[in-house]
Design a protein around this ligand. Sequence first.
Ligand SMILES: Nc1ncnc2c1ncn2[C@@H]1O[C@H](COP(=O)(O)OP(=O)(O)OP(=O)(O)O)[C@@H](O)[C@H]1O
Length: 426
Amino acid sequence: MALFAPNPFFVDWIRQQYLDRITEFVSSKDNSQPVHISLHVGHAEHTQPNAVASAKSPASGGSSQASSIQAPSHIGRPNHSANSSFPQNNLNAKFTFNNFVEGKSNQLARAAAEQVAENPGVSYNPLLIYGGVGLGKTHLMHSVGNLILKDKPDSKIVYLHSERFMANMVKALQSNSMDAFKNYYRSVDALLIDDIQFFANKGRTQEEFFHTFNNLIEKNKQVIITCDRYPKEIEGLEERLKSRFGWGLTVAIEPPDLETRVAILMSKASQSNIELPHEVAFFIAKRIRSNVRELEGALKRVIANAQFTGRAITLDFVKDALKDLIAAQDKLISIDNIQKTVATYYKIKVSDLLSKRRSRSITRPRQMAMTLAKKLTNHSLPEIGDAFGGRDHTTVLHACRKIDELKNESVDIEEDYSNLLRTLST
Ligand SMILES: Nc1ncnc2c1ncn2[C@@H]1O[C@H](COP(=O)(O)OP(=O)(O)OP(=O)(O)O)[C@@H](O)[C@H]1O
């Protein structure tokens, strides 16, 4: 026996809430053979000639069309207008593990995401990926969803931005359909929710998400969350949520290093069937350091310009095509800017960084600032030394080595480095 409903949401909702009771009801009318009821989207009279029952949308009154079997009158119905806005089957098929370029900066996040995709609800739950804008958090999230779907095509995977969760909730509140809202989000196999920082200071949304989250985790349904910073740093996010986010695994994505940026450019170019000379990829990657989205934007601009003018993609051509973008980037991350950011972070003065003072409280921030200047600007070691009160290039080299070493030994230094890198790169 087949039951029809007007949309996938309604089908899910009936399955979750009423299928057992409907089956029981139908069996009690006809106990000559076991009753199996399947649920479909559509209308019995249009789609399946041999169907015997059709659950109608609330607007149409809900009576059975193709047979005398009536849905029990106590079955409530969700508000249709609110439901139609719930996201479903909305993964971006373009984002997969295959086209996600791995580098040191995203290795851990990628490995964790792959684990989750292979064992949803079991490995790490929730999986929380955080990092600056345009670094591939959403890409990884969709990759997990796409892989789960490939293995289990019937899974209900819902991806949505935190703002959409809030908007759906507000709509449900307005239309008196909170039960439908709750049922929908608590019936998924995996909930992928992007940019959770938008929940800051939204008490009611956090409350609702808290219960949805608990419900899903209790049922071993996978939750994946992304955030633009370490969640504990979000002001206005309830402690109980922050602590729950830490139940599973929290992984960072850092801005990619030069080699990874080159690899990403080569990969994106080849996806667009463009042969990108290696020196050109290297040039773009060296100049555009902020994030992968910017990198992709630069490449798209180069490709469009080349196609428009019919010119070959040479180094000179690219320098010209990207000159304003590169000037803007250079302005954004200057040694000056790095010194100011580092001084503010460690609550010292910029003049301390440039001074001859050798106390630990000044030396470490100075070494950190030099290391960041080396990583984020195109200045040479002597230029950086000069900018730090006329120091020698070997001092800068020593600073870079020292910070690299300390990053492996001290969680605090590692965290300082990541925080500063993120602040400066976004
Ligand atoms: N390692 C990578 N390999 C291939 N493409 C990448 C990689 N990292 C990021 N990208 C691409 O960069 C673009 C931006 O990535 P994405 O939207 O996932 O960033 P995000 O971290 O979610 O940023 P936001 O916080 O702004 O939402 C996407 O087109 C994505 O495919």
